[in-house]
Design a protein around this ligand. Sequence first.
Ligand code: HEC
Length: 122
Amino acid sequence: MLERLTRMQFAVVSVVGAFAVAGAIAAILVAATIGFGWYNTAADVPHMPMVAWLLHRTMIRSVKAHAQQDAPRQFSSQQVQQGFAEFEEHCVMCHGGPGVARAKWVMGLEPTPPYLVDAARR
Ligand code: HEC
């Protein structure tokens, strides 16, 4: 019985130890990646797929978590006009609109802002 318990304890200590070593190695790799600037953060170089997925997922979850409320089912005409006015003032130059092209200078941005009329379909 005592031998069995000791084996079990040994197994638990081994598993915990393996996780600790794996965690330490992961921490060293992360620190080295940051410290030596191994990861290329230039906007004109696409993220590694895993990083792109992580960032996009984080953005989607963050927007959902911080949204004040769900979009209303119906908008009043005043809300629609206010939305158009705000979009025209702050967004249309980069994202375009129905029948409105994005400003030419926007094509020099990295990444190029998505044409949001297409995004709505997705
Ligand atoms: C200076 C240019 C610029 C302006 C102004 C701008 N955006 Fe953007 N927007 C971008 C860029 C660039 C991206 C893409 C970012 C990326 O892919 O990492 C983007 C992405 C987005 C997306 C995500 C689209 C998708 O398919 O995931 C939404 C939604 C958005 N913008 C809404 C807005 C709204 C609403 C406004 C106005 C209040 C606005 N943007 C103003 C440049 C701009």
